[in-house]
Design a protein around this ligand. Structure first.
Ligand code: FES
Length: 191
């Protein structure tokens, strides 16, 4: 009888131990997920200013491809952490920085200076030089990054692709983009 009780006791404790370990293992990703916004706000991360290059890299009147490193990249991301975008230098410190992804299904668009159009190879979507929709299936203009010029460097806000759900995305489809004032003073909202 006492043998039986002590065996049951041991098994019970073993069960508690195994269940506790399993719960701890399951909790790690959940806690990480819940704390992720706090870590992002804390500094760096994908909500940070990223340098695209010096102003001299982007001649006035031209649209050029630029690449930035995803600020929340992991060591195993390799080249997928290099994110391209299109930079259009209007004049002075006025730019437009477009996400490379088509607003239809996300294929990378390409700039054709001869026709002054961005063209999407997937379904024939076309955009004008200012990113507004020209023709094809895209329902809207190209997404734009918010940018600023600081110390002769062109910088964009955030390494994530702007979307309609993201307040930092702006549009050039004829409607005024949301104007934002940045503490940096010289920063300029896209649009
Ligand atoms: S993904 Fe560009 S037109 Fe469909």
């Amino acid at each position: 009888m006492s043998d039986d009780v002590s065996r049951r006791n041991v098994l019970f404790r073993l069960g508690v131990l195994v269940n506790g370990a399993a719960a701890a293992l399951l909790a790690v990703p959940i806690v990480g997920y819940l704390l992720a916004p706090v870590r992002r706000v804390g500094g760096g991360g994908y909500r940070s200013w990223i340098t695209l290059g010096s102003l001299s890299d982007f001649p006035e009147g031209e649209t050029r491809l630029a690449t930035f490193h995803n600020p929340s990249r992991r060591p195993w991301d390799g080249q997928t952490a290099d994110i391209p975008c299109w930079v259009r230098h209007l004049e002075g410190e006025n730019f437009q920085v477009f996400a490379i992804n088509c607003a239809h299904l996300g294929c990378p668009v390409r700039w054709f200076p001869q026709s002054e159009l961005f063209l999407c190879p997937c379904h024939g979507g076309a955009y004008y030089a200012d990113g507004s929709r020209a023709s094809g299936p895209p329902p809207r203009a190209l997404f734009q990054y918010t940018y600023k010029v600081e110390n002769g460097q062109l910088m964009i806000f955030g390494g994530q692709l702007p979307t309609l759900a993201d307040p930092h995305a702006s549009m050039t489809d004829g409607r005024p983009a949301a104007r934002r004032l940045w503490a940096a003073g010289r920063s300029t909202p896209c649009a």
